[in-house]
Design a protein around this ligand. Structure first.
Ligand SMILES: NC(=O)C1=CN([C@@H]2O[C@H](COP(=O)(O)OP(=O)(O)OC[C@H]3O[C@@H](n4cnc5c(N)ncnc54)[C@H](OP(=O)(O)O)[C@@H]3O)[C@@H](O)[C@H]2O)C=CC1
Ligand SMILES: O=C(O)[C@@H]1CCC=N1
Length: 279
């Protein structure tokens, strides 16, 4: 049986709380996999976002929680950490029997359990390439989530790309710093590489195309190769050549150290979000 058929036949009603970027990315994945629009409801206070969801996916979008949520077997929390507690209050009464999936950065399943009145919670950290089916998501399940619950969540998240389960919830803050925020690091590199190309006389269009294709090609090569990134880098770096000149400059200026320190900042921010907004 194909993945599409699995989702079509086995997919229960699902409610999204928050209908922004990340909710849209996951909903898009589900619709692409053949989940019927009638299975999906979104609670989204912003009228323009509700309209966009209805137009793009043909799904039902509500301005506020209502007893329509009672039929949802899975509730996906896709609100900002700052809005989670406030958003949970009106929803909780309708969704105590559902399985819950949170994608909010930092917010612990302990907090979600307190706000929703259930322990059946999976916390996830997806990323925006989910929009094009190339997402990477880290997941943590509380012990109260059974195998069927984990399989359902794996099917939902699997519709947006790859996934990996972590055993310790704290590791999701590392996933956040790495693959959750990671697309922004890639885009920053693309911006810088494009600018450098323009400075050297290429058009912005050519330069961007070269940069994007280089990231895609480098990633694909790494994904398919049995060799480490370090070895692959050394293969590009001819002794005394152009790459050597560039990489030496980056290393002398501590680019790897800066990168690692920046990611620890992201991890710390996830912990701060939990402390600030998880109570
Ligand atoms: N963007 C990313 O790359 C990633 C984001 N995440 C996580 O996903 C979550 C959502 O992020 P993102 O999609 O980018 O944010 P968005 O701001 O795009 O989406 C959040 C949506 O929730 C709506 N909202 C606010 N309050 C409520 C409420 N009380 N009830 C229902 N909906 C509400 C907002 O409406 P309004 O605009 O009117 O406030 C907004 O449309 C965050 O917790 C973030 O940490 C995780 C991984 C990656
Ligand atoms: O920046 C953020 O907080 C969210 C979480 C990971 C990506 N975006």
């Amino acid at each position: 049986m194909s993945q599409t058929n699995t989702l079509q036949t086995a997919f229960p009603p699902i409610a999204f709380i928050g209908g922004g970027n990340m909710a849209s990315a996951i909903i898009g994945g589900l619709i692409r996999q053949g989940v019927p629009a009638s299975s999906i409801t979104v609670v989204e206070p912003f009228e323009a976002s509700r309209q966009a969801l209805k137009t793009q996916f043909g799904i039902d979008a509500l301005p506020a929680a209502s007893d329509a949520l009672q039929s949802a077997q899975l509730v996906v929390w896709a609100v900002k950490p700052q809005s989670f507690k406030e958003a949970a209050e009106p929803v909780a009464a309708f969704t105590r029997n559902a399985l819950h999936l949170s994608v909010a950065a930092g917010i612990t399943t302990e907090s979600v359990a307190g706000w929703t009145g259930t322990q059946r919670i999976v916390r996830a950290m997806p990323n925006t390439p989910a929009l094009v089916g190339k997402g990477m998501t880290g997941l943590f399940a509380r012990p109260e989530v059974d195998a069927a619950g984990k399989a359902l969540i794996a099917a939902v998240i699997g519709s947006t790309g790859e996934l990996t389960w972590v055993e310790q919830e704290a590791h999701l803050d590392a996933v956040t710093a790495l693959s959750g925020s990671g697309p922004a690091y890639v885009f920053l590199f693309l911006e810088a590489m494009t600018q450098a190309g323009v400075d050297m006389g290429l058009t912005a269009e050519q330069s961007y195309k070269l940069a994007v294709a280089t990231f895609a090609g480098g990633s694909e090569l790494a994904a398919r190769s049995t060799e480490s990134a370090e070895v692959l880098r050394q293969r590009v770096t001819s002794k005394g050549g152009t790459t050597y000149a560039a990489i030496t400059h980056m290393q002398e200026n501590k680019l790897p150290e800066i990168f690692i320190a920046a990611m620890r900042k992201a991890e710390k921010r996830a912990q701060e979000l939990a402390a600030e907004f998880g109570k």
